[in-house]
Design a protein around this ligand. Structure first.
Ligand SMILES: Cc1ncc(C[n+]2csc(CCOP(=O)(O)OP(=O)(O)O)c2C)c(N)n1
Length: 678
């Protein structure tokens, strides 16, 4: 539990500063000092926790950070990054001392907060507190499902733990509730969380704003809680980790009472140690107090030898590789399927699956809601792509994220039932961050649904997926005022525009089933980015297209309907493409030739070459944009006018709301006429 000020006393060290822990402390202090920026307090306070875990339990191979069956380690309190960098450096990852000296400098591999893909051994990007913990839940879930799918009697090829360090901040964040509640329900017994219970956050002693009984809270989630124990007692910590590893049915939380900034005579136990360099004088005093006489960045060879985990790691991986060979001999197809999934490669027959999904959506002229089209596409894609793991934040029947035979993930009397669809409950942010963990672990392409208006709840996790280059698909249905009666709380108006602002996120707003099918397959092909699919609640008419046009959908924007020498170009997305087509017909009757451009994904369109963009948008012809949302973005496409919704919506039947906001074919045609070239 968060400690009260009375029991939070500056702990005397009893003269017991383990030199191995001190090596971490010293590197952290020195790097923060050199950078003149960073967070020394948490690394100093968690040094023994790190020693107990990395020194005695973590199964990893520094020479191969991609070993599929390695334990995963997440530093959820990412501001303690120097602790992780010191561990990676000392255990033998490709992170030389020079990189530690360049902590927080441009193009170093030691950025301010850990970034996956940049530093070998970093499993996820952390910094936004609480999300690392949720990522860890996703990783542990991935392990559990993969083990159920691939392990065979006598062949446990998926068998690793997920460890996560977290602090008070992670537990104060609401997402910790969402994710840890799920971890309890799912019985993620191989998830071990070590809580750095130091009673301090930036504003000081947390007693004034964090009085939770954390142990009771986690027991209530169905976790095993160990401690509180002395977070500086390496053997007690190690024993607790060993006990946690023996859990067969529950995740474990180990509460470690620590002193922030431990070892610094002037700063230990204070918020001042949290986020600023100690300064030369205090560093000297600290070196003295902890018995560390070595110059900055120097670690004696004998300590380096003790920390070095390369030999043990290679032996462990070698032992696993032999087991995997035996597995391959017994189950050759499963073995190569496992390798394919962990490598993130789509199945061999993906091109055919893609064609089937698109073909299935092009023959039918019936109007259909794009959320419904999405479900139809999933029914074709999912059986052929076993790594697709669906889910919804308690809106399965609305998001239509399930598919025939998917089965729900459950833990019941029979044990763990993997299933291909996860009921995340009403936890949009938790769902998004857990999906990031699933993707980061490898073996899955997670997708999850909610209403578009609630994408704000998930937003930072979507942003993190984009930053981390993870293939995660968000199915956001009920995408505009078109949803009708639920009213402005549920009618997304600014969300499409605001999602498009996130770098490296693809945003699709398809106008019919064919565009929906292409959007889905395009999303699966993006190994380095997440995708948001914005889908309608209401039916939308199917548009007629040539084969060439169907292929052009994947370019994000294309000419859907042209006229010779058009005098205006109407750009439309999603449900407003039909409106644009109606306006074009009205204009035809009035002798004004207009081109209709469908722009299902401006983010994809923006990546096309200039020639394509010009071919689609035309040159010198006035452009008018239409989308049932804020109009701000149309300037980027050189629109001279636009039709949209620059206010919150209204509660009424969808067509009435469209009329109320003037989103009609007549108004669009008039606008085009007004601006048409003469
Ligand atoms: C979501 C989020 N909000 C705010 C911050 C800024 N921040 C970084 S560390 C911190 C305090 C965290 O306290 P604690 O977890 O106890 O860390 P310690 O002081 O023990 O290092 C805050 C508010 C953040 N990184 N993420």
């Amino acid at each position: 539990m968060a400690s009260s000020s009375t029991d939070r006393v500056l702990r005397p060290d009893n003269g017991r500063f383990d030199p191995l822990a001190n090596a971490l402390r010293a590197l952290a202090i020195d790097a923060v000092q050199q950078a003149n920026s960073g967070h020394p307090g948490a690394p100093m306070g968690m040094a023994e926790m790190a020693l107990a875990l990395w020194g005695e339990h973590l199964r990893h191979n520094p020479s191969n950070p991609a070993w599929p069956d390695r334990d995963r380690f997440v530093l959820s309190n990412g501001h303690a990054s120097m602790l992780l960098y010191a561990l990676l450096h000392l255990t033998g990852y490709d992170l030389p001392l020079d990189e530690l000296r360049r902590f927080r400098q441009l193009h170093s591999r030691t950025p301010g907060h850990p970034e996956v893909g940049l530093t070998p051994g970093v499993e996820t990007t952390t910094g936004p507190l609480g999300q690392g913990l949720a990522n860890a839940v996703g990783m542990a879930l991935a392990e559990k499902i993969l083990a159920a799918q691939f392990n065979r009697p006598g062949h446990a090829i998926v068998d690793h733990h997920t460890y996560v360090f977290l602090g008070d901040g992670c537990l104060m964040e609401g997402i910790s509730h969402e994710a840890c509640s799920l971890a309890g329900v799912w019985g993620l017994n191989k998830l071990v969380a070590l809580y750095d219970d130091n009673g301090i956050s930036i504003d000081g002693n947390v007693a004034g704003w964090f009085g939770d009984d954390t142990a009771a809270r986690f027991r209530a989630y169905g976790w095993q809680v160990l401690g509180p124990l002395d977070g500086h007692d390496v053997s007690a910590l190690s024993a607790a980790i060993a006990e946690a590893r023996r859990s067969t049915d529950r995740p474990s939380l180990i509460i470690c009472r620590t002193t922030i900034g431990r070892g610094s005579p002037g700063r230990a136990g204070t918020a001042k140690s949290h986020g600023e360099p100690l300064g030369a004088a205090e560093i000297a005093a600290t070196r003295e107090a902890i018995g560390w006489s070595h110059p900055p960045f120097e670690v004696p060879a004998e300590l380096r030898r003790e920390w070095d985990a390369r030999e043990a790691g290679a032996a462990r991986e070698g032992e696993w590789a032999r087991r995997f060979d035996a597995y391959r001999a017994a189950y050759p197809e499963l073995a190569s399927e496992f390798e394919r999934r962990m490598a993130g490669r789509l199945p061999e027959g993906f091109a055919a699956t893609r064609a089937a999904a698109v073909d299935g959506c092009t023959g039918n002229a019936e109007p259909v809601a794009t959320r419904k089209a999405s479900q139809k596409v999933l029914a074709t894609l999912a059986p052929a792509i076993p790594e697709l793991l669906g889910g919804s934040a308690d809106l399965t029947g609305s998001n239509l994220t399930d598919f025939p035979g998917c089965g729900a993930l459950r833990v019941d009397a029979e044990g763990f039932q993997p299933g291909r669809h996860v009921n995340y409950g009403v936890r949009e942010f938790g769902m998004a961050a857990v999906m990031n963990g699933l993707a980061l672990h490898g073996g899955f392409i997670p997708y999850g649904g909610t209403f578009l208006t609630f994408s704000d709840y998930s937003r930072n996790a979507i942003r993190m997926a984009a930053l981390m280059k993870q293939r995660v698909v968000h199915v956001f249905t009920h995408d505009s005022i078109g949803l009708g009666e639920d009213g402005p709380t549920h009618q997304a108006v600014e969300h499409a525009a605001s999602l498009r602002l996130i770098p490296n996120l693809d945003v699709w707003r398809p106008c019919d089933a064919a565009e929906t099918a292409v959007a889905w397959t395009h999303a699966l092909e993006q190994r380095q980015r997440p995708t948001a699919l914005l889908l309608s609640r209401q039916n939308l008419p199917a548009q007629a297209r040539t084969t060439a046009q169907i292929e052009q959908i994947a370019r994000g924007g294309y000419v859907l309907s042209d006229r010779p020498s058009p005098r205006a170009v109407i750009l439309a997305t999603g449900s407003e493409v039909a409106l644009a087509m109606q306006a074009q017909a009205l204009l035809d009757a009035e002798g004004v030739a207009a081109r209709v451009v469908s722009l299902p994904s401006s983010t994809v369109f923006d990546r096309q070459d200039a020639a394509w963009r010009e071919q689609v948008l035309g040159r010198g012809t006035p452009r008018i944009g239409v989308e049932a949302g804020v109009t701000q973005g149309w300037g980027a496409y050189g629109c001279v006018a636009s039709l949209g919704v620059d206010a919150f919506g209204e509660s009424a039947p969808g067509p009435k709301v469209y009329e109320h906001f003037g989103l009609t074919a007549r108004r669009l045609a008039d606008l085009a006429k007004q601006h048409a070239a003469s």
